[in-house]
Design a protein around this ligand. Structure first.
Ligand SMILES: [Zn+2]
Length: 213
């Protein structure tokens, strides 16, 4: 973990955070949410063997750069419930994209390995039905489920406020205070900071458990 490189590139019209996570000892890397490209991202890709493209969800602003960053042996992974958006990106963003097919599904509890780094897949529906986060005790890539100070929209097709609130409860259980959060848009944070300042997480801590009874 200590050697692992985490690079963030702001890409596309909606300034999506595209992350490259690499193990410098093996030159193995994964890319999360290539929602567009940039000269910096393309230059970085040249330095690494991109093994997987991991998608937190299937919205066009998280997938539009896939063809550019994909290498010969890169597999594209996305939860099944969001493949509808991948296959028909116009549904959400009004753009046509020509993308290679998805190679595999992401499911709850799947293990992701990048050299020595391990991440687990946690299903966090709400922003979209197939939203996931990738996390271990130290770092979490939260997509459009959890931002610094806010959460993702739940009014888009397939979105659900109820599901998103349950996913926030799950995040509060699964991650630890010290976990660094790398969201799909905007600056990074920690779970502790969000528990203290994010109105949605404050609400879930105060009322979440009682409203479920
Ligand atoms: Zn989205």
């Amino acid at each position: 973990m200590s050697d692992t490189k985490i690079l963030c590139f702001s890409v596309g019209e909606l300034a999506t955070n595209c992350y490259l996570i690499g193990d410098p000892n093996t030159h193995e890397a994964v890319i999360i949410d290539p929602g567009g490209t940039s000269a910096e991202l393309m230059a970085a890709c040249d330095q690494w063997n991109i093994q997987q493209i991991l998608l937190t969800h299937g919205h066009a602003d998280h997938i539009a750069g896939i063809s550019a960053v994909r290498q010969q042996d890169t597999s594209i992974l996305l939860a099944k419930a969001d493949q509808q958006f991948y296959e028909n990106p116009r549904q959400i963003m009004g753009t046509d994209l020509s993308l290679p097919p998805v190679d595999g599904e992401l499911n709850e509890g799947d293990d992701i390995e990048v050299g020595a780094l391990k991440l687990k897949v946690h299903a966090t529906p709400g922003h979209s039905p197939g939203s996931v986060i990738f996390a271990n005790s130290q770092i979490a890539f939260t997509g459009d489920t959890l931002f610094r100070g806010s959460v993702g929209r739940y009014d888009l097709p397939g979105g659900s406020e109820e599901a998103l609130m349950a996913s926030l409860d799950k995040i509060l259980t699964v991650l630890s205070d010290e976990t660094t959060l790398y969201p799909g848009h905007g600056p990074q944070s920690t779970l502790k900071e969000e528990k203290n300042t994010n109105p949605f997480l404050i609400m879930r801590q105060q009322f979440g458990s009682s409203s479920q009874r």
